[in-house]
Design a protein around this ligand. Structure first.
Ligand code: DAK
Length: 257
């Protein structure tokens, strides 16, 4: 695919996707979402890549879906455009995705960051779901993922009153993993991604799936899935190697088998 709205790079074993619509604060139009999902799926298929980082620029991760693109749409047009299927494809990416967030992370931008597996924020990050100011509510998971991350009280203020959360608040409320100075947040996200990329690939894959299941299943189903994945990993070379390396007091060599 010929990318016009994103920049795609590789940093060691990490696939890096940068939004590139700085004049529009990386507003997520249809084209940028198509490119993002295609690039993430390509990285997901590549053996050379162990984790993915999605980022914007210092001023904005993304200021939301492109309001100009959807302002005149009817309900039926919004429904039949089926843009949400792109988000569903992103959800199916098996490798770990880290959002490296600086500046505005609003609306669909915040929903996208929350759809990633982890968030590394810069000190200037501002998280919010300001759809209420447009006469709508979040439509790509914001009411659900935000509430699960920060709890009902804060989610109500963010969704109903357009409250922005600072990076420090987002960290305190459990929305992001860590906060770094603006000059360092991307490096920090890449470092974390490379650390995960160096781990046993199948264990990382099942670990991601199992944690995500905690948000989607009843507890009993999640526990059963987790146990099945745990038992399955005992059929892999990496489990044998990992445990043997521990006993031998050496570093394991992962094969992804
Ligand atoms: N869409 C389009 N353009 C945007 C934009 C957006 N979300 N956000 C900013 N821009 C553009 C501005 O129009 C401006 O363009 P020009 O006027 O220069 O041509 C440029 O970016 C710079 O913005 P400002 O001049 O406004 O910059 P300021 O620093 O003064 O303000 C701001 C920054 C982030 C506070 C402000 O731009 C702002 O309030 N932006 C809108 C934030 C917002 O309301 N976001 C939520 C949008 S609704 C779904 C998928 C996704 C969604 C829903 C459903 N499905 C698949 C079902 C998501 C919906 C949303 O995100």
């Amino acid at each position: 695919m010929d990318y016009r709205n994103i920049i795609v790079e590789t940093r060691d074993r990490v696939g890096l996707i940068r939004f590139n619509r700085p004049q529009q604060l990386n507003a997520l139009n249809g084209a940028i979402m198509e490119e993002l999902v295609a690039a993430a799926e390509d990285f997901d298929k590549s053996d050379a890549i162990g984790a993915i980082v999605i980022t914007g620029d210092e001023r904005a991760f993304a200021a939301g879906a492109d309001i100009k693109e959807m302002a005149e749409a009817s309900a039926v047009e919004m429904l039949t455009a089926d843009r949400i299927s792109l988000w569903d494809r992103l959800r199916k990416v098996r490798k770990v995705i880290i959002a490296a967030v600086s500046g505005f992370c609003l609306g669909g931008g915040c929903e996208l960051a929350m759809a990633c597996d982890m968030i590394v924020a810069s000190e200037s990050a501002k998280f919010g779901q300001p759809e209420i100011n447009l006469g709508v509510i979040p439509g790509a998971g914001g009411t659900q993922r935000l509430t699960r991350a920060v709890g009902k009280a804060i989610a109500m203020e963010v969704v109903l009153n357009g409250r922005f959360l600072s990076a420090e608040e987002a960290y305190r409320f459990g929305l992001c993993n860590r906060v770094a100075p603006v000059e360092q947040y991307l490096g920090e996200a890449l470092r974390l991604a490379n650390e995960i990329a160096a781990r046993a690939p199948l264990a990382v894959r099942f670990g991601k799936e199992a944690v995500n299941n905690a948000f989607e299943n009843f507890l009993a189903d999640g526990l059963a899935d987790e146990r099945r994945a745990f038992y399955f990993l005992f059929s892999t070379d990496d489990q044998k190697e990992g445990m043997k390396a521990f006993i031998d007091k050496r570093k394991p060599e992962w094969k992804g088998r």
